[in-house]
Design a protein around this ligand. Structure first.
Ligand code: BES
Ligand code: MN
Ligand code: ZN
Length: 483
């Protein structure tokens, strides 16, 4: 989507459709001699959130889409308003539109926040994945949206648009990668995507192949990858937008391009959804793309642990013991707990870059869906400031997480008689024991883990990647950049 700023001079406005409040629509009608037409159309209209009506006008504004409750509202009501205007505009057969909704009064939220909410909503509503449809489903013709604000807000609006456009790119990339079928989106495909991002002169790419990973002692990663004919990849992207000597922020993504469970095979129903088991990788690549596009003044190191989890004669067995790159040994009791196995070696590796914080993102546990459903990503951290910063970024972006404990008491669930640890805990708190497992591979560094098993994709009729938590992490990076 192409976003632009414009001033809110109604007399000069020319557009196929203006999305706005009832009050502005009345002013517009008056300025363009459409008052009688408007009054006829709004006799039954309720000016409340969730309500909307589209009215055809004579003159340079061909339609006005009136969104209810847009005078003043709460932040969550504003998100509903943004979602509604985005959905209605995307459904019209027009290539351009204007939105005049930045005047809404919301306690504690400025123009930049409102613009971000609108752009995020438009980004979501106008997204389609039609790559494999002979006849595209509900195609979207909208290409360009102008956001209107008064003169005093133009500077803030332009800055917000730069960020919003970058975030749109990142969200689209993350969703596309998630939605690609698993026969296309392999570890090699993810590497090719990273290569495209590395064409930027501020970005460098390193890819570790299986031979290299074996030489680095990544026995945990390899225990997953060895069962597949698709070669596993550890992909490392560095974006240098900050000061040369400034420690980077590290993003690590689980990139299981298909999770059959391995020898601990998953049951058939909904197994297709395990193509989304690389949504952590998609999210860290998406947020990295957004950071690059926005030229955030920050250094990043993004690591994708990409492998396919397959049953085969070469696959690891329950009971196998492997040695991770950290030197710690792991007894694999369940080959379906593979995410932590690829991530632990990625976490060990990324610490070579001396990051100031590490955030890993993973569709790690079904238990996280039991705990939080789809509305919140699970958040774990060994540092309260880091957890708070990520939580706040979630609130700001409407892409929220909820913190779960990482107490020592849970660690003993991973005890085994045969190795330093097992790869699964007992029956309870599966998300926590998974996070506990990962915590053992982070030494002396601030670290957070996000379990996005429930938040990163929709199932049922709306099946598809959600792009989460790209918006949350982008907001975190923007705040870290001091912007
Ligand atoms: N990729 C799954 C987790 C998952 C489940 C993500 C459903 C999204 C939707 C992960 O690799 C897995 O299989 N986890 C196991 C862990 C268990 C064996 C300890 C699980 O959650 O059942
Ligand atoms: Mn699994
Ligand atoms: Zn998995």
């Amino acid at each position: 989507m192409n976003y632009a700023s414009a001033n809110s001079d109604l007399a000069a406005l020319r557009t196929p459709c203006l999305g706005t409040s009832l009050a502005v629509a009345k002013r517009l009608a008056k300025a363009t001699n459409n008052t009688a037409t408007l009054n006829r159309a709004i006799t039954d209209f309720k000016d409340e959130t969730g309500e909307s009506v589209c009215v055809n006008l004579d003159g340079p504004v061909a339609r006005v889409l009136i969104i209810g409750g847009a005078d003043s509202c709460s932040p969550s009501q504003y998100r509903k308003i943004a979602g509604l205007v985005a959905q209605k505009l995307s459904a019209l057969n027009i290539t351009q539109a204007a939105v005049h909704l930045l005047g809404t009064k919301i306690k504690g939220h400025n123009v930049a926040w409102k613009a971000q909410a609108l752009m995020q909503a438009i980004s979501h509503a106008s997204y389609r994945f039609n790559a494999y449809k002979s006849k595209p489903k509900q195609p979207v013709s909208l290409k360009r949206v102008r956001l209107l604000a008064n003169a005093g807000d133009q500077k803030a609006l332009r800055a917000a648009i730069k960020l919003g456009a970058a975030l749109d790119e990142g969200l689209t990339l993350a969703k596309d990668l998630g939605n690609e079928p698993p026969n296309v989106c392999t570890p090699t495909y993810l590497l090719a995507q990273a290569r495209k991002m590395a064409r930027d002169k501020a970005v460098t790419l390193t890819a570790l192949d299986e031979k290299k990973m074996l030489s680095l002692g990544m026995g945990a990663f390899m225990s997953v990858s060895q069962g597949s004919d698709q070669p596993g990849k550890m992909i490392i992207l560095r974006y240098n937008g900050g000061k040369k000597d400034e420690a980077p922020i590290a993003l690590v993504g689980k990139g299981i391009t298909f999770d059959t469970g391995g020898i601990s095979l998953k049951p058939p129903p909904t197994m297709d959804e395990m193509k989304f088991d690389m949504c952590g990788a998609a999210a860290v690549l998406g947020v990295t793309k957004a950071a690059i596009d926005a030229r955030l003044p920050i250094n990043l190191v993004t690591v994708v642990a990409a492998a396919e989890n397959m049953p085969s004669a070469r696959a690891s067995r329950p009971g196998d013991i492997v040695t991770s790159a950290s030197g710690q040994t792991i007894e694999i009791l369940n080959t379906d707990a593979e995410g932590r196995l690829v991530l632990c070696d990625a976490l060990t590796h990324v610490q070579n870059y001396k990051p100031r914080a590490i955030i890993d993102v993973a569709t790690l546990t079904g238990a996280c869906i039991m705990a939080l459903g789809s509305h919140a990503s699970g958040l774990f951290a060994n540092d309260d400031d880091l957890a708070d910063a990520i939580t706040e970024a979630g609130e700001r972006s409407g892409d929220r997480s909820w913190r779960l404990p990482l107490w020592d008491e849970y660690q003993s669930g991973l005890n085994t008689n045969f190795a330093d640890m097992a790869n699964v805990g007992g029956r309870g708190a599966g998300s926590v024991t998974a996070a506990c497992f990962l915590s053992r591979f982070v030494k002396g560094c601030k670290w957070a883990h996000m379990d996005i098993a429930g938040s990163s994709f929709h199932n049922g009729a709306a099946k598809g990647s959600s792009g989460r938590p790209v918006a949350q992490l982008f907001n975190y990076l923007v705040a870290e950049s001091g912007l």
